[in-house]
Design a protein around this ligand. Sequence first.
Ligand code: NI
Length: 180
Amino acid sequence: MAILKIAKLGHPVLVNKTKEINKLHDIDIKKIIYDMSETMIDANGIGLAAPQVHLNHRLFIYRNPDVEEEEEEKIKISVLINPLIEKISEETEDDWEGCLSIPGMSGLVRRFKRIKYSAIDLNGDKLSGEVEGIHARVLQHEFDHLNGILYTSRLADKRAFGFSEEIEKFWKKNDKEKSK
Ligand code: NI
């Protein structure tokens, strides 16, 4: 396994549309997934899309956010290859996001609350499901990467983007006070 180099904001690979994987056997899919998993864990991320490690494939991995915290010692990583995503309703939700390609920064991003997805796994088997909340958010964020879209173009409020430290100080604090 190997830790891969993560492309940072400004690198053109992050704004390119990726290509569908037609034959899983034509590429060493297992090695790609292993290396991406190691890279994501090393960087302490919750999701990683192929373009972020300079690969032009329609695939991403993510840590399943539905796994209970006590179980977290054994990290469950999911893989979606050639994913399709569709909103279930028009309902949206705003929440804070970060990205391994935009380190140290956070933004308030608007996402659909409920989505359904379909994809294939690393054995080529079809999988699909319906998810909501943080799970739906992670999938939308990673899916966007496959189309060259970063969360910075989906901000709920253009002012709500900046260094995580400042966001913590000036935005999240207000959120907490408001919710009291
Ligand atoms: Ni990202």
